[in-house]
Design a protein around this ligand. Structure first.
Ligand code: ATP
Ligand code: MG
Ligand code: MG
Ligand code: MG
Length: 482
């Protein structure tokens, strides 16, 4: 089944159960000071859950564009290194606002996965909240009993508060959740360790696909829990992971959602995906990041020097640097993927088709300017080398390497690579020490976590995201004018 069909099947399935299809809300959040990007399908229904607003429909389903690169959910470090966390992904979801509850949510999730999509039952595991004595929270017996009537008991896993209890913040609606996981290992490996032991253990082939949250309580300011008069269901299923499971692939990137993008980068770079790990990571970073970049630009957020724009700028630069370092892509190349985004996502998200040319233009300009920065960095490296040569030295000090990194966005591996080619080496320990100092400084930049909503202060120009480097962009401008 093709990805497009998998998505429409989800929507149609819930429409057949009287759900209203609601379009995705923008990925860039403009009117909520506590959240920069949509990070879950439920964000747009926050007010309904908080009781500030009456839900328009009792049952809703959609595919929500999400971005998890900041705050409570920051998956950036995993992206490209693993094969199932993305920056931008689609979250398929169904909701009940004071209407149906656990019984229907569980039965429908199982019906859709096993009967409609035909996923093998003996590869699925479900988790149930086991309770938390410290917080006086009882085990979710109701969900356990419902699952027990559907799956053998050894497929039910008891989960901790971390994985199986959802809270919006310190106060407000909350409740236990049940997650569905799938074991996609080949049969030969499955006979060795039972899948249940690998659930929620970062195994790349035993992955979580669907989270069913049952909003049952309201947490009050004194920490106590009160049963909600109206109970809600909030589910989220990672679309790319679902497609991978249905298409029976060992990586999200092997599905038809990413394949055309990998092929385009292979054609452009002359390199082949699947040959060695460093280049593979670069391929994955690029085909992942282009989605985050294109979708945010389509929603009106262009790369810039602050807040959401800065996050996007850094994601774009990360993709460019990976291409530059590992795939030899030294001219703008990302923008050429914009037409593919329009082709593959234009039906469900018309904004990426309507703004295809604008998206490409913004990306191309941003790439070109960053590549000039890289060029400047290379020139600076040249002069550093002549200075060292004059002194008869061959070690680039950590502080200098860090300056290159911090000022020109020059990653350490790039500096090391170029240095090695020229008979120099880099003081990597010194670099790490400078990085540590920088991190300590930027930790001081205020960012206050409030559960799923992240407080970002007005002047927080840097360090929104757990990024692989902290880049003081303003210094580039300073450098240029000197
Ligand atoms: P994980 O434990 O794998 O990080 P999660 O528990 O953080 O996932 P939820 O917040 O429960 O994820 O989100 C609902 C669903 O969205 C998950 O079951 C998963 O299928 C999907 N999902 C979550 N994060 C990502 C991501 N970064 N990329 C792709 N899909 C994701
Ligand atoms: Mg996560
Ligand atoms: Mg999880
Ligand atoms: Mg989860």
């Amino acid at each position: 089944m093709e990805a497009k069909k998998i998505r429409s099947t989800f929507i149609e399935f819930f429409q057949s159960k009287q759900h209203q299809f609601v379009p995705s809300s923008p990925i860039v959040v403009k009117n909520d000071p506590t959240l920069m990007f949509t990070n879950a399908g439920m964000n747009q229904f926050k007010d309904a859950f908080l009781g500030n607003e009456i839900a328009k429909y009792p049952r809703v389903a959609n595919s929500q564009k999400c971005l998890r690169v900041s705050g409570k959910h920051n998956d950036l470090e995993e992206v490209g290194v693993d094969t199932y966390h993305h920056t931008m992904f689609e979250m398929l979801g169904n909701w009940s606002f004071g209407d149906y509850f656990k019984k229907e949510a569980i039965a429908w999730a199982w019906e859709l996965l096993t009967e409609v999509y035909g996923l093998p039952k003996d590869r699925l595991y479900v988790s149930v909240f086991k309770g938390d004595a410290g917080d006086q929270l009882a085990m979710d017996q109701e969900a356990y009993d419902l699952w027990k009537s559907i799956v053998p008991e050894d497929r039910i896993i008891m989960g901790s508060k971390k994985d199986n209890f959802w809270e919006m913040g310190d106060t407000g609606p909350c409740g236990p959740c049940s997650e569905i996981h799938i074991d996609l290992r080949p049969d030969s490996e499955r006979s060795e360790i039972p899948g249940r032991e690998l659930v929620n253990n970062d195994h790349p082939q035993v992955i979580e696909i669907w989270n069913l949250v049952f909003m049952q309580f309201n947490r009050l300011a004194d920490g106590s829990l009160k049963e909600l008069p109206a109970k809600h269901v909030d589910t989220g299923m990672g679309f790319e992971r679902l497609v991978r499971a249905i298409q029976n692939k060992s990586s999200n990137y092997d599905t038809d959602l990413f394949k055309p993008f990998l092929d385009a980068i292979a054609a452009k770079s002359g390199k082949t995906y699947g040959q060695n790990e460093p280049t593979d990571i670069a391929f994955r970073v690029i085909v992942d990041h282009i989605r985050a970049i294109a979708f945010t630009i389509a929603d009106g957020q262009i790369p810039s020097n602050n807040k959401a724009g800065y996050v996007i700028r850094r994601i774009l630069r990360r993709a460019v640097r990976y291409g530059y370092t590992f795939l030899g892509l030294q001219q703008p190349f990302l923008f050429e993927l914009a037409p593919l985004i329009a082709e593959y996502f234009g039906d469900i998200f018309p904004e990426v088709r309507q703004q295809q040319e604008f998206i490409a233009k913004v990306i191309q300009e941003e790439e070109a300017s960053f590549l000039r920065t890289l060029d400047n960095g290379l020139k600076m490296l040249e002069s550093i080398k002549s200075e060292l040569n004059a002194k008869g030295e061959s070690l680039i000090p950590g502080k200098t390497a860090f300056e290159l990194y911090d000022t020109f966005g020059f990653p350490l591996d790039l500096t090391s690579l170029i240095s090695r080619e020229n008979g120099f080496s880099v003081d990597e320990a010194g670099f790490a020490a400078e990085m540590e100092k920088q991190k300590t400084r930027s930790r001081a930049v205020s960012e206050q976590e409030t559960g799923d909503w992240v407080q970002v202060s007005e002047d927080a120009g840097v360090e929104f995201i757990g990024y692989d480097f902290t880049e003081a962009y303003s210094q580039i401008i300073k450098y240029r004018t000197i």
